[in-house]
Ligand binder design. Structure first.
Ligand code: NAP
Length: 228
């Protein structure tokens, strides 16, 4: 049985990852929405796993630190930094509050979780960060999100090198558009039917982590065939 912490497990990609990894594993689910986390937890149990729900608002660094010290948090074999927000708007529309909140959820939370938890992770364990194609290219009106995903990418690539000597693998996933609630807050019409499914992201992570522990699939970019 492996112990896995997934941030942002209440819905979307994080929920799909939780269900994919459920069978035979202990899955710790975090997020703010307790009822949705409980729903994910019941599905994890139905799929043959154990689930622990820990509510945490990761936009507050002190909450992230508190999560790392939570007495219900066991030693991890796999940490999946998935929680993320997309606050989309033009340069004139970006507020300092949105800028800082995006950085705190998308970058500071993964940083603190990795810093505080990796020292307790055993050899052969893995850390997966959900980056984005927005870690590699800029898009108009997405500058705050791109700023955070570029930062996450640079951080990940550096600590990947540091953690090699501890036999901890660090993987970065770069999805294109995936049909989730994240698009609800994005201005304009979005065709979710043209996007990839969260289950596809979960499948690829499952396959990557299942490789022998001496193999790290470092960076995975996945896009809709028609590049939506
Ligand atoms: P989603 O459906 O909106 O889910 C986001 C998750 O993050 C939720 O479980 C949410 O949980 C959690 N979260 C948000 N703010 C939080 C906070 N302050 N504290 C704790 N948890 C918080 O989005 P998604 O598409 O699944 O996104 C998952 C990851 O994939 C993100 O990092 C996103 O940037 C990345 N990504 C998404 C796409 C896409 O097109 N969907 C593409 C590339 C990368 P609560 O609401 O319960 O707090």
């Amino acid at each position: 049985m492996k112990t896995i912490l997934i941030t942002g497990a209440s819905r979307g990609i994080g929920k799909a990852i939780a269900l994919k990894f459920a069978s035979g594993n202990k899955v710790i689910l975090t997020g703010r929405d307790k009822s949705k986390l409980d729903e994910t937890a019941s599905l994890v149990v139905k799929n043959g796993g154990e689930a622990i729900v820990i509510e945490a608002d990761l936009s507050v660094p002190q909450n992230v630190i508190a999560l790392t010290k939570n007495e219900n948090l066991p030693q991890l074999d796999l940490l999946i930094n998935n929680a993320g927000i997309a606050l989309v708007g033009s340069l004139d529309e970006i507020t300092l509050e949105d800028w800082q909140k995006t950085f705190d959820v998308n970058v500071t939370a993964p940083f603190l979780l990795i810093q505080k938890l990796s020292s307790k992770m055993p050899k052969g364990s893995s850390i997966v960060n959900i980056a984005s194609v927005a870690s590699k290219s800029g898009f108009p009106n997405w500058s705050t999100y791109c700023m955070s995903k570029f930062a996450l990418d640079g951080f990940t690539k550096s600590i990947r090198e540091e953690l090699r000597e501890k036999d901890i693998r660090v993987l970065n996933i770069y999805p294109g558009a995936v049909a989730t609630d994240i698009w609800n807050g994005v201005p304009g019409e979005q065709d979710l039917s043209a996007m990839m499914q969260p289950t596809s992201v979960a499948e690829i992570i499952f396959t990557a982590v299942a490789q022998p522990t001496g193999t790290v699939i470092e960076d995975i970019t996945m896009r809709n065939l028609h590049d939506f």
